[in-house]
Design a protein around this ligand. Structure first.
Ligand SMILES: [Zn+2]
Ligand SMILES: [Zn+2]
Length: 573
């Protein structure tokens, strides 16, 4: 049985149950979606609660027990309009009127009739394992000017076991939600009312995490021959006319005026890097030139799509632009891929790779496109990396590789991208002097390795469930003195840790030690050092690890060695 048919059929049964329980309910639409289904209802004067959802589930079970067949009927459109008008189903009538065919099909199960193309399972009795999940508001046809309907989400599987696994995964995902953990671990906040939606404020622990990631990235870029550049957040509108963004990207850009001139809050870093490239003449000997910037960009997103750190209005990209010759393109792409996969491995992400090829409308020549697409393909093939080809899905200025990172729950996150660009070098008339003294056009590659720092941190929080590996944990060690008289010894140990670059805090509150341990555990701090009389006398530390629990009493030097090994190896626990 195919899951989509099963799930869509379950949405009919849910609608039938809702109509039995709330006869005044009007139906919207009820499609299968990626991991389940939903149905939209207009139920006058009733706002569905969790108890209502349980009632609806119970009624669905009854309908399933009745084993009602899905019966298809084809009727003329005019008859269908009358039928659904007679039932007061105004949304269905609206849909029927838009169907171009003369006839429409309906499906009946028992007394319930729905407008639908099908297919469905044979009978309600075929549905074995389902669950309703949540209720949310949804505008009819997604338009804010339309009535707000109540959307019930649910899912269905072939077996109870599959359903149970799915629910466990959903619960785990809720526990790992980066917005929830961001609050609990005091990493970041978004001050909607005071400062604006989609703008991220990093609190001290979140900022520490981010700085650690940035320092690591800078080192890795230096190793690989990148130059650092830094460009301003704003630039004249004129620059974006030259780049073309002001025509095809305008609705995502923030415009304003300075001294009666139009300015833009930068949505991308590329034009800034191009200005720096253009500031002098380049010989082929200098290429490739690789400019790297942790660049802050601002893009307008509708408020409805903003989501935690994943969809925001201001973010930082680990962005680089490579200017090279056609001949150098293969190696540059291969190196970027190596870089990206090495990073994903360090953070423990699995991945999926997509290659997007030439769309119908494109800039540059067909020959250039072929060369660049071949370069991307051969780089992937030479590394034995499996990839999907998204035929024609490239942007107009060049082919691209997208890497989706797969987290601990197998969920995909947008990650590294490598984008070849034939458009901007033309628009800005970029050149270099070739070995025969002629002027040639360089190729430009846009690439990010982690992508947006905000999104990457969101992914990391959910991937690790907030329990960061020691090397990036904002606080690596918390020292817990058992009583006030142990605070001096705790401070002594803190000093030694700080001298050894360990990020350490002391919990000097007058609380019971068990409470301090519990709280440190909830804060997911990798190591707790518990110090009392015995430890102080022996100049030792009782060590407790986040994962393994009690590690016993250790010498200070032995503890430091243990931490250093874990940090150097970037161990993921
Ligand atoms: Zn249907
Ligand atoms: Zn770029």
């Amino acid at each position: 049985m195919d899951l989509e048919t099963l799930r869509h059929s379950t949405s009919h049964i849910m609608a039938a149950a809702v109509k039995e329980l709330y006869p005044s309910a009007k139906l919207g639409i009820g499609p299968a979606i990626e991991s389940g289904f939903y149905y939209d209802f207009d139920i006058p004067d009733i706002s569905l609660t969790d108890e209502d959802i349980i009632k609806i589930e119970d009624r669905m079970r009854e309908i399933i027990k009745r084993d009602e067949r899905f019966q298809r009927k084809e009727i003329p459109k005019s008859e269908a309009v009358k039928l659904f008008e007679g039932m007061g189903e105004k949304y269905k009538v609206e849909l029927i009127k838009e169907i171009p065919d003369e006839k429409v099909s309906t499906y009946e199960t028992g007394k319930f009739i729905d407008l639908c193309r099908g297919p469905h399972v044979e009978s309600s009795g075929n549905i074995k394992a389902f669950k309703l999940l949540t209720v949310a508001g949804a505008y009819w046809r997604g338009a804010e000017t339309n009535p707000m309907l109540q959307r019930i989400y649910g899912t269905a599987f072939e077996t109870e076991e599959d359903l149970k696994n799915h629910i466990t995964k959903l619960e785990e995902a809720i526990k790992r939600d980066h917005r929830k953990l961001g609050r609990e671990l005091d990493l970041f906040n978004i001050y909607h009312d005071e400062a604006g939606a989609g703008l991220v404020y990093y609190h001290p622990r979140g900022a520490r995490l981010r700085i650690l990631l940035e320092d690591f990235l800078r080192k890795e870029h230096l190793k690989r021959g990148y130059e650092f550049v830094i460009t301003p957040h704003i630039a004249k509108g004129h620059l974006w006319n030259t780049s073309g963004h002001s025509s095809y990207y305008r609705e995502n850009m923030y415009y304003f005026e300075i001294d009666e001139q139009e300015y833009v809050l930068k949505p991308m870093n590329c034009p800034g890097h191009i200005l720096i490239y253009q500031s002098k003449l380049h010989s082929y000997r200098e290429l490739p030139i690789r400019f790297f910037e942790l660049g802050n960009v601002y893009r307008y997103e509708r408020s409805g799509v903003l989501h935690g750190l994943l969809r925001v209005r201001g973010f930082t990209q680990d962005d680089a632009h490579i200017f090279c010759t056609q001949e150098q393109l293969n190696k540059e792409i291969a190196d970027v891929l190596d870089f990206a996969f090495e990073m994903l491995k360090i953070f423990g992400f699995d991945y999926e790779v997509d290659l997007s090829t030439r769309p119908e409308k494109f800039s540059g020549t067909e020959e250039n496109w072929k060369h660049a697409t071949d370069a991307l393909t051969s780089a992937l093939n030479s590394k034995g990396i499996k990839f999907n080809i998204d035929e024609g899905a490239g942007v107009f200025y060049g082919p691209k590789i997208d890497i989706k990172m797969k987290d601990a729950l197998g969920r995909p996150w947008q990650g590294p991208t490598v984008q070849v660009d034939f458009n901007l070098p033309e628009r800005f008339d970029l050149s270099y002097i070739a070995d025969d003294g002629s002027k040639k056009r360089p190729v430009m590659v846009h690439r990010v390795v982690l992508g947006s720092m905000e999104r990457f941190i969101g992914a990391l929080i959910e991937h690790y469930g907030g329990a960061f590996p020691l090397w990036i944990a904002p606080t690596q060690v918390i020292i817990l003195p058992i009583a006030d008289r142990h605070i001096n010894y705790a401070e002594e140990i803190k000093k030694i840790m700080v001298e050894n670059d360990i990020r350490v805090e002391v919990d000097g509150r007058r609380e019971k030690i068990n409470l301090k341990i519990r709280e440190a555990q909830l804060q997911k701090i990798p190591y707790m050092f518990i110090v009392g009389d015995k430890e102080e006398q022996g100049k030792k530390i009782a060590v407790r690890a986040r994962k393994e629990g009690d590690l016993g009493c250790m010498d200070i030097k032995a503890v430091l060695d243990k931490l250093k090994i874990e940090i150097d190896n970037k161990t993921i626990i």
